[in-house]
Write a new protein. Structure first.
Length: 234
């Protein structure tokens, strides 16, 4: 009996926070376990951005080098798409997208698209302060391009990321929940960082609207985007 060999897409994941790795791996395990994923982690990216307070040309150059390296694949199999999981680096990710011929996704791209379908009142939650202004601009720009008027409620769950970094997941979730308690009526609550995905399970019972996580949205988008491989006899 011949066996069927299926070559699944190879997707490179580029991380600036180690806390982003587990959520996207979990999302792939649940939503697309057959996909081949390859992780690149450089925690100095987020640390350097926090110190500098702005995204400079040197940082963009570093992203271009990471993107080109990720696109090389394994030698035996090409990388078919790149997903960045770091939410504060939009212009740098756009530079990589312009430089490469394969799909390059921003971490929030798919989640923002889903949120804009669900309604105009969007609560945007982050735990990494540099992410908030960048993500608000990105979300507003996407809405404007679609001719939509939206109201963004920005939420910084200050201290949650620090709790997560020392292994206090419950403390992280409690801080996020406390930050969201007075947000009022919303059409969707959008957790704007991959590391925030774990808090969805404690937030969802508290709101009468969907709670969107960026890892799940990204995996769903990639699965729609990439062609389904054909089965071939081996």
């Amino acid at each position: 009996m011949s066996e069927l060999a299926v070559t699944m897409p190879r997707i490179a994941l580029i991380h600036a926070l180690e806390e982003s790795v587990a959520p996207i791996r979990d999302a792939f395990a649940r939503l697309w376990p057959e996909a081949q994923i390859a992780d690149l982690l450089d925690t100095s990216l987020s640390a350097d951005l926090a110190r500098a307070g702005r995204l400079d040309q040197a940082m963009i150059t570093r992203f271009l080098k990471l993107g080109r390296y990720a696109a090389l694949g394994s030698g035996a199999q090409d990388t078919q798409a790149i997903l960045f999981t770091c939410s504060a680096f939009g212009p740098a990710i756009d530079a990589v997208r312009s430089a490469l011929s394969i799909p390059v996704l921003r971490p929030n791209q798919a989640a923002f698209a889903e949120a804009l379908i669900l309604g105009a009142r969007i609560a945007l939650v982050v735990t990494f302060p540099p992410s908030l202004p960048a993500l608000m601009r990105e979300l507003q720009d996407m809405a404007s391009a679609l001719g939509k008027t939206i109201h963004i409620t920005p939420i910084l769950a200050d201290g949650a990321l620090a709790a997560l970094k020392v292994g206090d997941g419950a403390g992280h979730d409690a801080i996020v929940l406390a930050a969201c308690k007075d947000i009022g009526a919303q059409d969707v609550v959008l957790l704007g960082q991959f590391s925030l995905a774990r808090a969805a399970r404690v937030l969802q019972p508290c709101f009468g609207c969907p709670v969107i996580t960026t890892p799940d949205s990204a995996v769903r988008a990639l699965r729609r985007l990439l062609p389904c491989p054909e089965r071939t006899a081996s």
